[in-house]
Structures are given as structure tokens and as C-alpha cells.
Ligand binder design. Structure first.
Ligand code: SAM
Length: 337
């Protein structure tokens, strides 16, 4: 292997999240910019060939895990072409996808055949009316979308896009009374349900301190129903989650704690935005624009050196608190979560 890509604090970079589009077919209140927001033009978005090139440059340097995200990655046409080319790159041994699941039922089998390893599906509520409220502030869509998402989830299991993880952003007053129902999903299914602390970022002031539920409080509530919540070690592919199993259940419960116990010390990730900016920290607006290099005459070596220089400056860490929005100019729908 060529030299491992390492940041200025000696952390090896092994994981890249790639936002393949800023467009989304949901408009989650806490994530998507307001309706008058103008999407990127097609020409501003990285082409599949450009994404593939960057992965090809980085894979020999130890970046062997890639996640496709967005926006909503499944709204980009022919995503399976990208999946096929990226999963065929020597050194890429884990290619995953984060999706809202709405189009997953139709695409899961093709994605699996094209080389996708696994999926994370974001579902913040199991109640149809709440689902509509959080994902569709203007009441524009059909009311059986949650059923489509659940069908996508089951199809992902059927075709083997496993382990299937379910991302639940915990929001007080919205879904904190559904912890048990989410935990019940792990009884007979091999899902990993991951409760995520609501981070102080977003488009329109939907986030506020009172909505944040920290993992410890969620665990205390869950223990009322399941007193024997068993901690598990950090497993292969568990990422930053701390994991538990309810005795007798097939699946796993995880907690992701960017606020109460942030994981910067072990951060091994970089992000590529849909418009070709390399971002070395979710909460830092320091970005390196790769488009001029990709579309100019730069060779792979020059591109690698630009990435290496950016990675060297990766912030040591960010203190995220419940006290207010982070200084983060872009929304999650732009950066890719
Ligand atoms: N459309 C895809 C989806 O829904 O999974 C991928 C993009 S979405 C930005 C990626 C993830 O970021 C989702 O699981 C979403 O819930 C999460 N997310 C967005 N804003 C967040 C916030 N303020 N705090 C925690 N998670 C957030």
C-alpha cells in the first residue's frame, strides 16, 4: 500500500462520505433548507467519473470505506453505475449508503448486485402522521410514505444489504415517546437501531436546546422497559456507536453521541460535498474545492497532494454543546450528514 493518509494529529483517514446530490425527495424540518432554496445545477455537481477518480486516488492510501449520501442519494439517476464503479476499485472494501428509504424498495436489488455492501435508513418516527409532519412541512405528498420506507427497509434485508442500520434522530416532544417501539424493531429483525443526539445545526431554527435528548436520558428511559440492556463492545463496522442488546432480541441498539461524548479523537473520516468540496470536519467550514483540479489539467498526484494538505489541517476536534447552533454555514442536506 502507498502511504496511509494521516492528518496533522496522527489520525489515519479511512472513511469518506460522499454526497452525490444536494436534492432530496423529503424536506425534513431539521435538515433541508427552506422551499425557496435553489439546488445546485447539474454542472456544479460532481460527475460519477469525478467521484470515482477521487476514490481511486485515495483507496491506495488506506481510504477503504466509502459511504454514499446526500441530499437523497437514491434520487440521482443510475446510482447503481456509481456503485458498480466505486465498489470495483481495488482497496475499497466497504461501500455503504445512507438513505431516507423512500425509493429503496425499487432499487435495493440492483444496488446489491452492483456491489453495495449495506445501507443505513433514516426513520425518525414510526407514526404516519408524525412522519408527514417532520418530512413534509407543506403537506405536498402522499400519506403512505412511511409504508414505502418500511417496505424499502425489509427489501434491503431480503437482498442482503446488511447489517441494515436505522438512524433515528432523537427529538424531545417529537419522538422521545417512541423509544420502546423502535427498540421492538430489534426483537425479530437483525437491525441495528441507532439513536442519534440531535446536533445543533440546520436551516431554520428548528433545532433548540429543549429538543435535545442526550443518550444517557434515552438509555434510562429504555431501561424502564428493558432493565437488562446489555452493553456490547465496539464491533467491526460499528462506527462511533456504543451498542447494546436487549436479551432475547435479534438486533442491536446503538447510541451516537456527538454532543454528550464526542468522538473527535478517533475521527477517521473526511467528506466530499456534492459540489466537490473536501471537508475534513462536519463542524468546520474549512473546505477545499477540488473542482478546479478535477476539471483543469491536474494529474492524480496533484489532486492527492491537495487532499493531503487539507487533511493535514483537519481540526483536532469541535466542542458541540446543547447551547446553540454550531458555526456551520451549510446544512446537513448539503454536507451529507
Ligand atoms: N437523505 C438521506 C437520509 O435521509 O438518510 C441522507 C442524507 S441525511 C442529511 C443523513 C443523516 O443526517 C440522516 O440520518 C439525518 O437524520 C441526519 N441528520 C440531519 N440533520 C441532523 C442533525 N441536526 N442532527 C443529527 N442528525 C442529523
Amino acid at each position: 500500500m502507498a502511504h496511509q493518509l494521516i492528518d496533522g494529529n496522527n489520525r489515519p483517514i479511512r472513511y469518506m462520505r460522499v454526497s452525490v446530490t444536494d436534492r432530496c425527495n423529503l424536506r425534513c424540518r431539521y435538515c433541508t433548507p427552506s422551499a425557496d432554496f435553489v439546488s445546485l445545477l447539474h454542472s456544479q455537481v460532481l460527475s460519477y467519473e469525478e467521484i470515482e477518480r477521487i476514490v481511486r486516488i485515495l483507496a491506495p492510501h488506506g481510504v477503504n470505506s466509502v459511504r454514499l449520501t446526500g441530499g437523497e442519494p437514491l434520487v440521482r439517476k443510475h446510482l447503481q453505475r456509481l456503485v458498480h464503479s466505486v465498489s470495483s476499485i481495488p482497496g475499497v472494501d466497504d461501500l455503504s449508503l445512507t438513505t431516507n428509504g423512500l425509493l429503496l424498495e425499487q432499487q435495493a436489488e440492483d444496488l446489491k448486485k452492483s456491489g453495495l455492501s449495506r445501507v443505513n435508513v433514516s426513520i425518525d418516527t414510526l407514526k404516519e402522521d408524525r412522519f408527514q409532519w417532520i418530512t413534509d412541512p407543506q403537506g405536498m405528498r402522499l400519506s403512505d410514505d412511511l409504508s414505502s420506507v418500511m417496505a424499502g427497509l425489509m427489501e434491503a434485508c431480503r437482498v442482503g444489504l446488511t447489517p441494515v442500520k436505522i438512524n433515528v434522530v432523537l427529538m424531545k416532544g417529537f419522538n422521545d415517546d417512541e423509544l420502546e417501539q423502535f427498540a421492538e424493531l430489534t426483537r425479530d429483525n437483525d437491525f441495528e437501531v441507532r439513536f442519534i443526539e440531535f446536533m445543533p445545526m440546520g436551516p431554520n431554527g428548528f433545532w433548540n436546546e429543549d429538543r435535545v435528548m442526550l443518550a444517557d436520558e434515552a438509555k434510562t428511559r429504555l431501561r424502564r422497559y428493558y432493565p437488562e440492556l446489555d452493553p456490547l463492545g465496539r464491533g467491526e463496522g460499528s462506527g462511533p456507536a456504543t451498542r447494546y442488546r436487549i436479551p432475547g432480541h435479534t438486533g442491536i441498539i446503538g447510541f451516537i453521541t456527538p454532543i454528550s461524548s464526542h468522538f473527535c479523537v478517533q475521527c477517521n473520516r473526511i467528506r466530499l460535498t456534492a459540489d466537490g468540496k473536501l471537508r475534513t470536519c462536519l463542524f468546520s467550514d474549512q473546505e477545499t474545492d477540488l473542482i478546479p483540479l478535477l476539471r483543469g489539467n491536474s494529474g492524480d498526484n496533484e489532486i492527492f497532494e491537495a487532499i493531503r494538505a487539507a487533511v493535514r489541517e483537519k481540526p483536532r476536534g469541535q466542542e458541540i454543546t446543547t447551547k446553540g447552533p454550531a458555526a456551520c454555514a451549510r446544512t446537513m442536506s448539503h454536507i451529507g450528514g
